[in-house]
Design a protein around this ligand. Structure first.
Ligand SMILES: Nc1ncnc2c1ncn2[C@@H]1O[C@H](COP(=O)(O)OP(=O)(O)O)[C@@H](O)[C@H]1O
Ligand SMILES: [Mg+2]
Length: 350
């Protein structure tokens, strides 16, 4: 018969039954077999035998009882199944009981951490949504203003009609840029963008991006150059499209926030054994130290960034950081107000 150790009434009954049977048997034994022993000795020995029996019986059943209850708690607080190792521990119930307090405590702690983390995520989502609508509002209201003016007769006014349409287009482009950046960042955060790692020559990739941004740079009187001539290829292992995005975002910032008249943007590579250090340096406005810790946050822009450049979404550096971290590499920034800024990130050499 398999005993159910979780029912106290049954256990007590079984214990009582055992004691009753042993009392009857020992009583019979002493009265019939040891007939001539003195009564006090028989009573004493019977008492002793029963006490020892009861001690072990109670200990055993109580132990099993508590263990069977505790096991239920264990099952509900443990995220993993009770492994084979723990099943073997059935023999040392007291040890389990000793550990239970500690385990419940740990469980409690990790639950509170989880809850705190969830709350933080909820706050973050709220803030993120608030930021998004705030960012979208400006171009939408601008478009509304231009269109209303055009509808109110502006369409027939040659001094503003084309101009307002061009402004409308630029606001639409801004909306597109925001939505594209949002899409990229949500894919990165959802871990949807799988890295497509290949061996590539980083000097060629950087060169392509510099060509791509050349016109924009020239418009802002900024020159893009390598710190030295790189004749031999520098091979790294990275996702080409994502690394291109990193270069675009960093060089674009260097142009936007660079020196307004004599801007220069320098790309450098430094060999560090297993890794390559890539630096993008500008001679622009620079940033205060307290801003440096925040610029990788989504939507964060310094006041200078805000007033000088309306085109940015404030998501560029957040995307860059995500991409670099997905490559298990690091990025950091050094900056001196009025002197310039350097973004430095590592890449794995091929
Ligand atoms: N090279 C730089 N020099 C000075 N400030 C910079 C530079 N790069 C980034 N920043 C600051 O960091 C902010 C965040 O950059 P980013 O995420 O690329 O957003 P965005 O370019 O859309 O403004 C910018 O708004 C700007 O204030
Ligand atoms: Mg940017």
């Amino acid at each position: 018969m398999k005993t159910d150790y979780s029912n106290p009434r049954k256990l007590a009954f079984i214990n009582a039954l055992f004691i009753f049977i042993s009392a009857v048997i020992s009583g019979l034994f002493y009265t019939i077999v040891l007939e001539y022993w003195p009564v006090w000795l028989k009573v004493f020995i019977t008492g002793m035998v029963l006490a020892i029996l009861a001690f072990f019986l109670f200990q055993y059943t109580l132990d099993r009882f508590i263990y069977s209850k505790v096991r239920l708690i264990y099952k509900s607080i443990r995220t993993q199944k009770i492994a084979g190792k723990d099943k073997n521990r059935r023999s040392s119930h007291t040890e389990t009981l000793d550990n239970v307090y500690q385990e419940v405590e740990n469980w409690n702690k990790s639950r509170s951490q989880e809850i705190a983390e969830l709350k933080r995520m909820a706050d973050y989502r709220r803030e993120f949504l608030g930021n998004i609508s705030h960012e979208l509002k400006a171009p939408i209201f601008n478009i509304q203003g231009y269109v209303l003016t055009l509808l109110d007769g502006g369409l027939e006014d040659p001094s503003i009609n084309k101009d307002y349409l061009l402004r409308t287009e630029s606001s639409i482009n801004r909306l597109i840029a925001i939505v594209e950046d949002l899409e990229t960042i949500s894919k990165l955060e959802a871990g949807e963008l799988k890295l497509n790692l290949t061996k590539l020559d980083v000097t060629i990739l950087a060169g392509e991006v510099m060509d791509f941004l050349e016109i924009k740079a020239r418009k802002r009187k900024n020159t893009l150059f390598f710190n030295q001539q790189y004749e031999k290829p520098i091979l790294v292992i990275a996702d080409k499209d994502q690394l291109r995005q990193v270069f675009i975002n960093l060089i674009d910032n260097a142009i936007k926030y660079g020196h307004p008249q004599k801007g220069s943007t320098k790309i450098s590579f430094f060999d560090m054994d297993d890794h390559l250090l890539v630096e993008v340096t500008d001679n622009g406005s620079g940033m205060e130290t307290n801003e440096l810790t925040r610029i990788f946050e989504r939507f964060y822009r310094t006041d200078k960034g805000r007033s000088r450049e309306q085109g940015g979404t404030g998501l560029g550096l957040a995307i860059v950081k995500h991409i670099i971290e997905a490559h298990e590499q690091t990025i950091n920034v050094r900056s001196t107000p009025g002197v310039g800024t350097t973004f430095a990130f590592t890449l794995k050499k091929a």
